[in-house]
Design a protein around this ligand. Structure first.
Ligand SMILES: Nc1ncnc2c1ncn2[C@@H]1O[C@H](COP(=O)(O)OP(=O)(O)OP(=O)(O)O)[C@@H](O)[C@H]1O
Length: 778
């Protein structure tokens, strides 16, 4: 059975581990007299910036390394546990993150070297019964395109990322996967790949990586002696990310600028994934926003043990970028992964051998197995030597052997074999030989146990295991004691911050809606004010036309006394029916029998529908008036009295219209003869004896004017005339309508426009005035 190299080492917290590494000042920075503003305290695992927005704020990580720390020390302290996990069958990822020129490639180069050493040291000292198959791929993401760094040219357009529920994310389309047997071979391949990788000089880094590079080592292990013969597969991603950069600082242009845009885009996608994962709460994680995040899907929030190395520059000119890196790094610590040992993966290459081994075991145990044939599959993988064509043929020959695909375990008949001990022994020897052949083939393909005889390597391996065990325990303790709580608090803070951001956004929307509403309300209010102003202006214009003493003249008082009637939905005006509001009646001689007392409801105060109905009253009066006009002889003395009563209602506009309609009917008015032709058909002569004598009482021009609505019409409107003034001497109220003066009965008057519009309306002068209306006014 496969040995568990370091039990307990990986039973640690599943959070992504984050280490910060601060590089030394570069020659250029020293020449430019840059100041170091990053301080790192490895003992407390903290890092802080002496300048910038978070001055004095200290960030805590799983490990921190200052400029003096060697890459080897960094690897041993934080990197080796990931590689150890891969040996156990876990997925592991190490990636370096940070701005351009902060030492990512420098760190990852050292890590790759150390990780390969570590892996092959472990496999070479593994127990004899454990075989490993190591496969290597080297992939580049350049301008969002995948490129195989183990092949020169060609297939980058065919490479595609695919997702599979079992396999996770994988590259389809012919990514070269090479079997590797030792660290040196791997280092050579990595070197070749690095040469194919896009790099260029920028202002900030003479050899700036212009792409993300992902070196993947897949390690399958099989325990050939165990009962189960299970296959485990660990996968290690070593990722050197391109650095984030600001165009202004790198001076990127042309291709460099395009690369920088693509780099920044994928790094911001990575940042978003980290933020979403750190916030938790089932938030959508935008893995699909870039190829990089799709590829690292398992490593961030999935089935992997992950280490992030946040690289920072110590220089004050990079303080802003360093702060951003520290913030992302602190967030990444909150990401929870779910690593599991990958047991018996369906697509394991060693699985075919596993199946054959199991079958072999059964055959050997079965008494009827003598004639069985053991078939070994043709390997579908490329050996590292294929990269060098010279040795390819030799390798194939080595692997295939002579008819190596078919092994005959035993072709002899089984009958009576039990009785023949010699035959039985021969048979057993053959079985053993077959098993050895299977193992030989496996050995040719796989690795394991090569350095078992090397005491030095074994001691080294043992030391590492012990140290890793101690480290795992320490990490476990720290994550349980402080960091667990810190992660929790940070997670809560993050989700609170997110909630606040969402609320702030909503508040902004509501503010905009409120501003809209306010604007429309303001507009409505302005419109209402304008209408109110119009009503006020109309009132003011009407006031001079009201007779003196009319309470409506005091608009302010009416307003103050008015009350709102909710049932009617109207204003209830004060009672205006007092005597003072009535127009003085003409002298008794002119009065007709008093009409039935109908109190005009000018103020909505009547509850009785008929009593308070202005329109019905109006209609009645109109009907009566009509009758008087149409039925009563025009020369009867009575009509004047009736007409005097018209003054009571002379404000009623529709009444005026009615009267005008009658006037319109009068085709002609013969002023000289005093004959009024009605409708052109009949005419009646006004009999002087029947002419109405002018009233003895002084008739106010208002009344006269209103009488004139039939016989002496003056204007209803005073707009064409100068404003009326009161007679100071006599105290006579000012005439409401112009055109009539005290000493001059009839002056040329302005006819109301409405009357002028009537074609047949006669122009009235004093001479044309009927005798009955001519009389002393004053
Ligand atoms: N820890 C370190 N010790 C000494 N030198 C370092 C260290 N880290 C980085 N350097 C040097 O700093 C320079 C920039 O480093 P590197 O190329 O690794 O940066 P980078 O982050 O990969 O940049 P880019 O993102 O542009 O590829 C290199 O010359 C490298 O040798």
């Amino acid at each position: 059975m496969m040995r568990k190299n370091c039990p307990g080492v990986f039973d640690m917290s599943e959070s992504v581990k984050v280490a910060v590494r601060c590089r030394p000042m570069s020659q250029k920075e020293l020449q430019n007299k840059c100041r170091s503003v990053v301080s790192v305290d490895p003992s407390s695992r903290t890092c802080s910036l002496a300048e910038g927005a978070s001055q004095g704020k200290s960030y805590q990580f799983d490990a921190t390394f200052g400029p003096e720390a060697s890459t080897e020390a960094v690897y041993e302290e934080v990197g080796s546990y990931v590689v150890e996990a891969v040996l156990e069958g876990y997925n592991g990822t190490v990636f370096a993150y940070g701005q351009t020129g902060c030492g990512k490639s420098h760190t990852m180069r050292g890590f790759i070297e150390k990780a390969l050493e570590h892996l092959f040291e472990a496999t070479s000292t593994a127990a004899e019964d454990t075989r490993y198959l190591a496969l290597l791929t080297y992939l580049e993401i350049y301008n969002e395109k995948l490129k195989d760094l183990l092949q020169s040219g060609g297939n980058e357009n065919q490479l595609q990322l695919k997702e599979d529920p079992v396999r996770g994310t994988y590259v389809a389309g012919g990514l070269r996967e090479l079997t590797v047997k030792d660290a040196r071979e791997c280092a050579r391949l990595v070197e070749q790949g690095d040469r194919r990788r896009a790099a260029a000089a920028t202002k900030m880094n003479a050899a700036s990586s212009r792409s993300h590079a992902v070196l993947t080592i897949c390690l399958e292990a099989i325990a050939i002696e165990g009962e189960s013969g299970a296959v485990r597969r660990g996968r290690l991603h070593l990722v050197d990310l391109a650095g984030s950069e600001r165009q202004g600082r790198t001076g990127a242009a042309g291709d460099r600028l395009k690369e920088a845009a693509s780099i920044n885009l994928s790094l911001s996608a990575l940042g978003n994934v980290i933020s979403a994962l750190a916030a938790g709460n089932g938030r959508h994680v935008p893995y699909r926003d870039s190829k990089l995040t799709r590829l690292l899907r398992d490593s961030l929030g999935g089935n992997a043990r992950t280490l992030m190395i946040a690289c920072v520059s110590p220089s004050d000119v990079d303080a802003e970028e360093s702060l951003s890196t520290l913030r992302y790094a602190a967030r990444a610590r909150c990401i929870k992964n779910k690593p599991i040992v990958n047991e018996d993966p369906k697509d394991a290459l060693l699985r075919q051998y596993q199946i054959e081994l199991q079958r072999l075991r059964k055959l050997l145990e079965s008494s009827e197995s003598r004639d069985q044939i053991l078939t070994l599959p043709e390997p579908k993988i490329a050996f590292v030597e294929e990269v060098q064509p010279a040795s390819q043929q030799q390798q194939q020959q080595q692997f295939n052997g002579d008819n190596a695909n078919v092994l005959v375990l035993d072709s002899s008949p089984s009958k009576g074999s039990e009785a023949d001990p010699e035959r039985e022994e021969r048979r057993l020897r053959k079985r053993e030989a077959a098993k050895q052949e299977v193992l030989r083939r496996l050995e040719r393909l796989t690795i394991g146990g090569e350095a078992l005889g090397d005491a030095e390597i074994r001691r080294r391996r043992e030391r590492r295991r012990k140290r890793l065990q101690a480290l795992a325990e320490a990490l476990e303790r720290s994550s349980q004691e402080g960091n667990g709580g810190a992660f929790e608090v940070y997670g809560q803070l993050k989700s609170t911050e997110d909630a606040l951001k969402r609320m702030a956004k909503r508040a902004k929307q509501l503010e905009a809606e409120a501003a809209d509403l306010q604007a429309s309300w303001d507009e409505e209010r302005r419109e209402l004010l304008r209408r109110e102003l119009l009503a006020q202006q109309i009132c003011e214009a009407m006031i001079p036309h009201l007779r003196p003493g009319c309470p409506l003249r005091d608009v302010a008082a009416v307003r103050a006394a008015a009350s709102w009637c909710t049932e009617l939905g109207r204003w209830r005006l004060p009672d205006l029916s007092s005597n003072s509001s009535r127009i003085p009646l003409p002298p008794a001689s002119l009065q007709s029998p008093p009409p039935p007392e109908i109190k005009a409801d000018l103020n909505n105060n009547h509850d009785h529908p008929s009593a308070g109905n202005d329109s019905s009253l109006e209609e009645e009066e109109e009907e009566a008036e009509e009758e008087s006009l149409s039925e009563e002889p025009i020369n009867e003395p009575e009509p004047l009295n009736r007409r005097v009563n018209i003054a009571d209602v002379y404000f009623k506009r529709n009444r005026i219209d009615k009267i005008l309609a009658h006037v319109r009917e009068a085709k002609t008015f013969d002023a000289s003869s005093g004959r009024l032709s009605k409708s052109g058909s009949s005419s009646e002569e006004l009999n002087p004896s029947q002419q109405v004598q002018p009233p003895q009482q002084q008739v106010h021009p208002v009344q006269l004017g209103s009488l004139g609505s039939l016989n002496l019409t003056s204007g209803w409107l005073a707009e064409d005339l100068p404003p009326p003034t009161a007679d100071v001497e006599t105290g006579t109220p000012p005439p409401i309508f112009g055109g009539l003066k005290r000493n001059n009965l009839i002056q040329p008057i302005h006819h109301p426009r409405i009357l002028e519009a009537l074609p047949s309306y006669p122009r009235i002068t004093a001479s044309t005035l009927p005798q009955r209306l001519q009389g002393p006014i004053s």
